[in-house]
Design a protein around this ligand. Sequence first.
Ligand SMILES: N[C@@H](CCC(=O)N[C@@H](CS)C(=O)NCC(=O)O)C(=O)O
Length: 212
Amino acid sequence: MFELHDFSRSSAAYRVRIALAYKGVDHQRVGVDLVRGEQHEADFRSLNPQGLVPVYSDETLHLSQSLAILEYLEERYPQPPLLPASREGRARARQLASLVACDVHPLNGFRVHVYLRDALGVDMRRRRAWFLHWLAEGFDAIELWLAAQGNPPRFCVGDAVSLADVCLVPQVEVARRNGLDVDDYPRIAAIERACMALPAFRDTHPDVIGAP
Ligand SMILES: N[C@@H](CCC(=O)N[C@@H](CS)C(=O)NCC(=O)O)C(=O)O
C-alpha cells in the first residue's frame, strides 16, 4: 500500500485526498505537521527536497507536486474518471486546475506568508491585504471563466466532477478560512455546494481530517 504524506490544512494535499476518496483508493495517510516544521526534517526532505506536501510514496516512487500525483492516479486508477471524455473537456479541466494550482495557490502558500513576515517584516494587516488581493484576482478570473462556459454547468466542466473541481474546492476552503466572501462569486459558490454534497469532498475536508 502506498503512503500519502499530508497536512490537513494543505489545500494542495486536500486535492489529492479528494481524488483518492473519489476513486476509492486505499492508502496510508502520514501526517506532516507544517506548523511544527516537520516539512524541514531530513526524513521528509529525503522524500521531497522542496519540503512541501503532498507526497505520494511507494517502494519505487516518491512523487511530489499535486498535479503530477493527480495525473498519475488518474492513469493508475482510471475509474471513476476525473478527466472528461472529450479532448476539449480534458483541456479545459486541466486549464482550470492549472489556474488554481499554478497561479493562485503559490502566491498565498505558508512559506510565502512566513517569508513576508520573518524576512521582510510585513505586518499582519499588509500580509492579509496581499493574501486577499491574490485570492480575489484569481477568483475573479475563475468566475469569468465559468461564466464563459455558457449554461451554468453543475461542476467546473459539465455535469461530472473533474480535476478542475478537485483543485477549486480546496482553494475555496482556503478563501473562506481567510475571510474572502465566496458568496461574491455565485458560480464558484454553486460548484462548491455541488461538490460538498459528495462524500469524497466532505470526508476529506480539513475540519474532518483534523490536525495535522
Ligand atoms: N505546487 C505544489 C505546492 C505544494 C505546497 O505549496 N504545499 C504547501 C501546503 S499547501 C506546503 O507544503 N508548504 C510547506 C511550507 O510552506 O513550508 C503542489 O501542487 O503540490
